[in-house]
Design a binder for this molecule. Structure first.
Ligand code: GTP
Ligand code: MG
Length: 597
């Protein structure tokens, strides 16, 4: 299916045309039919000669309903731009042209209607239309002249529609869903139904989505799906859809401009930086604006950086991505003020003097889809998924100057800063207090910030640091124990010759080795502390195993003591240590055996 919106001045025959093409009534309200005036959006559909289905979103032309018009055209991929051949170009022709230009719509057909009232055709009308549309994406659109009353030109129009929809870029069924709601109502027995134009992604019955709107966000599940009055199990783009939803939000809390989203795949933004695409200079624009996107109209405040770049602060958070087109209207005005395109959905705070000038320059240099390197550089490190969520394009390969660690992209200079910071902090700590356990993980995270926190391991590796039980340190062999170094060195050399002759408490005192010094030496891998204040070299257990495995099995404590040439004071904690490692097994009060696998 394809979706085409109408556009054009009030009374120029948009609804009549849709009626003639589809046989359906786009003016849904009695008041509209009574007044012969479209007020709100209308929906109708038909099958084209090729067999393709096309749905129309019929918009009002009257200037008072420009908001409704924007909601209809906002999500539409293509338009039928209607100008009455007998009246020619009029005020809302210009407004609607501006809206289409601001939305960046570049596919459509110009339809000159009411040709029966303009005998001889209207070449000058078409010439004017061409010149008015010259600056828009519709400059080369085909033009068809019709009379809905006499039926002339309709076949030609149908075949032009066929060509148009056949040439539209293929929508993406696997993209994330962002369905801007244009209608919400309740059906007895079924509950809340919302409708909209699905431009990308796929909806399925039973699926789970989020609804975002003035009420905030809430999970919803899809109870049922319809497209053009047919029940469907799932539906892809582009289509008109009616979604029967179940959610915690009451039906009366759901409105046009709310949006159904796939999971949490969309960033919700209430501040964005934008580039002007058409219309008034930002420096001349009023501060208070109405911002239109999709079917939503959200009040916002404009902070211009220069004529073409500004920050928009929105009254509520909406799902936006880089490249989204916004239509800006002055509060209460009946015409389009300007068009804008989003450059940043997570703009940096501007607090220092000169920030806004710098921001203008940065935005001026920014490509529309964002620049991966700039985005990574700004954050130091970011998950690639986060960039994707924001709509950054060009993520196919890791840009130069960026290192990838799994899902994280890290700016090399930031990585280098973090590496140096940690290395320096650890070195300084050791210098200050050689016996310290190391830099705590919390202190390390404070040094590298939230973005770096997730990257602690690669940063530590690059910094040549170790990460033990909650502390970061130099590897043991590079650690100097300061004042304790001498005593430990002496202890090491004694134990080298007599590995099981653990020093007595008095010896340790003489060497200046208290609990803190010994703990630091143990963390550095210099000694092993066993129960009962026994201190040996870290390789003592392995040496002991070599001796014990030469004994007839099982062996007694006393045989072990003799084999190792040591005392009960040492052998008992040593055997208990071997038991705890699972290297020996205790059989009874005095006998053990070596465990062999
Ligand atoms: N003679 C003639 N009249 C037409 C033709 N098309 C529309 N009209 C008349 O023009 C008037 C306006 O038509 P609509 O279709 O309501 O115009 P619209 O563009 O939908 O108007 P809004 O939705 O209010 O902007 C109606 O009186 C129609 O009967 C046509 O081809 N020939
Ligand atoms: Mg109408």
């Amino acid at each position: 299916m394809f979706v085409v919106a109408t556009a054009g001045h009030v009374d120029h025959g948009k609804s009549t045309l849709v009626r003639a093409l589809t046989g359906m009534e786009p003016d849904r309200w009695a008041e509209e039919r009574r007044r012969g005036l479209t007020i709100d959006l209308g929906f109708a559909w038909t099958t084209l000669p090729s067999g393709r289905e096309v749905a129309f979103v019929d918009v009002p032309g009257h200037e008072r309903f420009l908001g409704n018009m924007l909601a209809g055209v906002g999500p539409a991929p293509a338009v039928c731009f209607v100008v009455a051949a007998d009246e020619g170009w009029q005020a809302q022709s210009s407004d609607h042209r501006d809206a289409i230009a601001a939305l960046g719509i570049s596919r459509g057909i110009v339809v000159l209607t009411r040709s029966d009232r303009a005998p001889g055709g209207a070449p000058e009308v078409l010439a004017r239309v061409r010149s008015e549309l010259a600056g828009t994406g519709l400059r080369d659109a085909p033009a068809i002249t019709v009379s809905a009353v006499e039926g002339t030109g309709l076949d030609e129009l149908r075949s032009a529609l066929d060509t148009l929809v056949g040439s539209l870029p293929a929508p993406e069924p696997n993209a994330r869903v962002r369905l801007w709601i244009d209608r919400s109502f309740t059906i007895n027995g079924a509950g809340t139904v919302v409708t909209g134009t699905l431009t990308a992604g796929t909806l399925s019955r039973g699926g789970n989505l989020l609804i975002a709107g003035a009420h905030g966000t809430a999970p919803v599940s899809v109870r049922g799906l319809h497209s053009c009055n047919r029940a469907v199990e799932s539906i892809g783009p582009t289509s008109r859809v009616a979604v029967n939803i179940r959610s915690g939000v009451p039906a009366e809390g759901i409105h046009r401009g709310d949006v159904l989203l796939a999971g949490d795949s969309w960033p919700l933004a209430d501040a964005v930086d934008v580039r002007r695409t058409m219309g008034s200079s930002f420096t001349d624009a009023p501060q208070q604006l109405m911002v239109h996107i999709g079917t939503a109209a959200v009040p916002g405040r404009l902070r211009p950086f220069d004529a073409d770049h500004a920050r928009l602060m929105l009254d509520r958070r909406i799902p936006l991505e880089l490249g989204d087109r916004l239509v800006l209207r002055a509060g209460g005005s009946r015409s389009v003020l300007a068009g804008a395109q989003i450059l940043d959905v997570e703009p940096p705070a501007l607090s220092r003097r000169g920030d806004s000038g710098r921001r203008a320059a940065a935005l001026a240099a920014m490509p529309t889809g964002g620049d991966p390197l700039t985005e990574v550089a700004r954050r130091g490190a970011v998950r690639i998924n986060e960039l994707r969520r924001m709509g950054v394009t060009g993520l196919g390969q890791v840009p130069g100057g960026v290192k990838a660690f799994g899902e994280w992209w890290v700016h090399e200079p930031a990585f280098e800063v973090w590496r140096l910071r940690l290395r320096t902090a650890v070195e300084q700590l050791r210098e200050r207090d050689p016996l310290a356990a190391g830099l705590s993980l919390g202190a390390a995270r404070d040094l590298i910030g939230p973005a770096g926190g997730a990257l602690l391991d690669p940063i530590l590796e690059a910094a040549g640091l170790e990460h033990g039980t909650g502390y970061i340190n130099l590897p043991g062999e590079h650690r100097n124990l300061g004042a304790a170094e001498k005593g430990i060195g002496e202890l090491e050399s004694r134990l080298k010759d007599h590995p099981f002759a653990a020093p007595e408490a008095g010896d340790l005192d003489m060497l200046g080795l208290g609990t803190r010094e010994l703990a630091a030496a143990e963390r550095s891998g210099r000694v092993l502390r066993l129960g009962g204040g026994i201190v040996l070299l870290p390789r003592a257990p392995a040496l002991a195993m070599r001796e014990l495995s030469a004994l007839p099995q099982p062996f007694t404590t006393s045989e072990a003591r003799q084999a190792l040439g040591t005392t009960r004071r040492v052998v008992i904690p040593l055997l208990e240590y071997l038991d705890s490692r699972g290297w020996t097994r205790r059989l009874d009060a005095s006998r053990r055996t070596i465990k062999r696998d």
